[in-house]
Design a protein around this ligand. Structure first.
Ligand SMILES: [Zn+2]
Length: 239
């Protein structure tokens, strides 16, 4: 089993992440993706393949074993249905358990894929400090539909986005499919860059066709793809 090596700025005593930028997180996510799937033929990551391949991590030199499980009726502390959970039991001090509940997401493959990547983000960015602090007792994290926004969630979501739809790959696919859908492109911010999508007003049908083509290619929802296109600056900003 291949060990996935990643590193990011962190506090050496607590192993908690230091301030990490979206750029830092993208670098970690793209590096993990490249190590796990070096010969991927399509942009889509299969959840089964992720669970099979991603079993050993070394994060900032800390070895972590990952145990994936599909479960049912996962709930959060308030008793609400949860899509996924990353948890740590001090009895197994270097193992993180990542549980996914396919039914909570209505058995939608794109939701399961997003949840798996989100939980992996928690394992990478929260796991080392949980292990370090294990003397304080069990730490647990769950992902539900009603998350309170905090740094941990922000990091897990940025990781998810960049892991499942890396910028360069999404950009290439966007340009290819824009040509097929007739979606207008304009010059990118730098001359070396590929073109970006022209501002959206007036072309909802074309945008819809492009979103659904990219959704299909990446196995993600149209709103997931739209969010990534905007965050990466691949849609011309309104003037
Ligand atoms: Zn979460």
């Amino acid at each position: 089993m291949r060990e996935v090596l990643v590193a990011y700025p962190h506090n050496p005593a607590s192993l908690e992440p230091a301030y990490v930028s979206a750029e830092d997180i993208r670098f970690v996510a793209e590096s993990a993706r490249a190590q796990l799937f070096p010969h991927l033929r399509t942009p889509k990551i299969e959840v089964g393949a992720l669970m099979a391949r991603c079993r050993k991590l070394r994060v900032n030199r800390v070895p972590l074993a990952i145990e994936w499980a599909c479960v049912s009726a996962l709930t959060d502390d308030a008793g609400e249905p949860a899509f996924g959970e990353t948890s740590f039991d001090p009895a197994s001090p270097s193992t993180l358990s990542l549980a996914l509940d396919p039914e909570a997401g209505g058995d939608r493959e794109d939701v399961l894929r997003s949840t798996a990547a989100h939980e992996l983000g928690h394992a990478i960015f929260d796991g080392p400090s949980w292990i370090k602090a294990s003397s304080n007792g069990e730490r647990r994290h769950r992902s539900t539909a009603h998350q309170v926004a905090d740094w941990s969630e922000w990091r897990a979501n940025e990781f998810m986005g960049a892991f499942l739809a890396p910028r360069a790959l999404l950009h290439r696919e966007m340009v290819k499919h824009a040509a097929q859908c007739g979606a207008p492109l304009v010059a990118g911010p730098s001359a070396r860059d590929l073109p970006v999508l022209k501002g959206v007003l007036g072309l909802p049908m074309v945008r819809q066709e492009l979103s659904s083509a990219l959704s299909e290619r990446f196995g993600l929802s149209a709103s997931f793809i739209d969010t990534r296109l905007r965050k990466y600056g691949l849609i011309q900003s309104a003037r």
